[in-house]
Design a protein around this ligand. Structure first.
Ligand SMILES: Cc1cc2nc3c(=O)[nH]c(=O)nc-3n(C[C@H](O)[C@H](O)[C@H](O)COP(=O)(O)OP(=O)(O)OC[C@H]3O[C@@H](n4cnc5c(N)ncnc54)[C@H](O)[C@@H]3O)c2cc1C
Length: 450
């Protein structure tokens, strides 16, 4: 479907906003629903602002691996028979046997990206690329808001806008890169989400001194990559902790990402939810895979032995200020140990300082006040990932992401997307059936007058 017309007359059962892994997985779940009821298929369409499918392309560094098992793919946990599983992809790529011989649960990010592209290509007629959704609003009814229809405004790559109408939307616009206050990205100061694009735009000879800020997986991976790719350069890791902490992916802790953990979190007490975060934040947040930590330490140690040091770690250190001076960047570092400052001149500075969660209010704008918030000001979300309306709205705004407070730790991750997408698809279908039953119910005759 193109988006050239001003207004598309069709009413979609669901419009998906963003076509990353979450909504790709939803497209698959809806497709499989449709296959089981071909006489009454789901009308769904997805809009993606990138010109083609891409999953964190700027962080597909050589040799980086997935942090989840290949079986936590787009479909397996919901439907292992799906034609969109990672195993189906391996089979279609003639690599299934070799993959098994390789005995590794964690494919490279490059291979997983290829899998996602392959799956997206299989559903190409369901998505419009180069199409950014700019707002969601209730459709106008008879002089008032229509309670069951939404209008989605879409801007195409050529700047034209169009409006599509849907009974439901699934917002899945992903994490939002975060820079420290006062820092602005430019051609020499990068957020990790821009990394490969920015790095490849430079001549390696111009990068003689580089620094990476952060203590998480991306920070450690970029530090390792720069050390490999710039053999002539000084590489400094600016780490706010005393050293990288290991990501706990041991089996008991890993259960926090199980589909059943969503119910435990959602229906649990505040104390229970708090315990999830207190005990298990180190499964994902500001932590690094053990093999990457060891690799970096061994590199540093080998340099100690050789006496030629170019990999440096500034621990318990924060960036106090960034100043641009021509092509060089001056960074003021402050030690948390003694509050002393140190000035560093670098040719590139990478902030691997994480992301903020997805916030649907950005797209809902004024419409957002029609949805309930809790005492802490966070959106109230049903178990089926639908925003709780404040009025009698019957249209559905579903979230894929931005539900850490209601559904737990896996909200922004891949771990649960197959099951979550299935739950959302089920909810959309169930509500459609209920609506149709309601519509078809015979009108009861009025009781005879006494
Ligand atoms: C480098 C990196 C590695 C990661 N590795 C893992 C991992 O190994 N395991 C794991 O579980 N999680 C991992 N994550 C977490 C990550 O959130 C998930 O992998 C995954 O990207 C979530 O999918 P998503 O579809 O919800 O969001 P995204 O992948 O971010 O997709 C959102 C999409 O929406 C599009 N979009 C945004 N706004 C609009 C708009 N207004 N209109 C139209 N389109 C829009 C974006 O272009 C994007 O394509 C990683 C994250 C990063 C940054």
């Amino acid at each position: 479907m193109g988006i050239t017309g001003r207004r598309n007359q069709e009413i979609y059962d669901v419009v998906g906003i963003g076509f990353g892994p979450s909504n790709l997985s939803l497209a698959i779940a809806l497709d499989e629903h449709g296959a089981s009821a071909p006489q009454h298929p789901v009308k769904a369409h997805f809009f993606e602002r990138q010109p083609s499918f891409g999953w964190h392309r700027n962080m597909v560094l050589p040799s980086t691996t997935m942090q989840i098992s290949f079986m936590k793919d787009l479909a397996t946990f919901r439907n292992p028979m799906s034609r969109f599983t990672f195993i189906s992809y391996l089979h279609a790529s003639n690599r299934l046997v070799q993959f098994v011989n390789n005995q590794d649960f964690f494919p490279t990010r490059k291979e997983f990206h290829q899998y996602l592209e392959w799956a997206a290509a299989g559903l190409a007629d369901r998505v419009t690329y180069g199409a950014e959704v700019t707002s969601i609003r209730p459709a106008a009814g008879s002089g008032d808001l229509s309670p069951d229809l939404l209008e989605v405004e879409v801007r195409g790559a050529d700047g034209t806008t169009s409006v599509v109408t849907a009974r439901n939307v699934a917002i899945s616009t992903g994490l939002v890169p975060r820079l420290p206050e006062g820092v602005t990205a430019d051609e020499r100061v990068w957020h990790s989400s821009q990394f490969l694009g920015r790095f490849n735009a430079q001549s390696p000879d111009d990068l003689k001194s580089v620094a990476v800020v952060g203590a998480g997986q991306s920070a450690a991976e970029i530090t390792r990559f720069l050390h490999d790719s710039l053999p002539h350069a000084q590489v400094r890791a600016i780490v706010p902790s005393y050293g990288y902490s290991v990501a706990d992916d041991t089996p008991f802790a890993n259960q926090v990402f199980d589909p059943t953990a969503v119910d435990d979190y959602y229906f649990g007490t505040d104390r229970g939810r708090d315990a999830f975060w207190r005990y298990h934040r180190n499964t994902n947040y500001s932590v690094v895979d053990a093999d990457v930590i060891r690799d970096l330490y061994q590199r540093a140690y080998a340099e100690e032995v050789s006496g030629v040091k170019r990999l440096h770690f500034s621990n318990l250190t924060r960036v106090a200020e960034v100043r641009r001076a021509g092509s060089a960047t001056q960074v003021v570092l402050r030690s948390l140990l003694d509050d002393r400052t140190e000035e560093l001149s670098v040719d590139a500075l990478v902030f691997a300082t994480g992301y903020d969660g997805m916030d649907p209010a950005r797209l809902l704008g004024d419409f957002d006040r029609h949805f309930q918030r809790d005492a802490a000001g966070r959106h109230r979300v049903e178990r089926d990932y639908r925003l709780v309306p404040a009025s009698d709205l019957t249209c559905g705004v579903y979230l894929q992401g931005g539900t850490e407070h209601s559904h737990g730790l896996s909200s922004s991750l891949l771990s649960n997307i197959a099951v979550r997408s299935g739950e959302i698809a089920d909810s959309i279908m169930l509500r459609r059936t209920e609506r149709e039953l309601e519509r078809d119910r015979p009108v009861e005759a009025a009781p005879p007058a006494a």
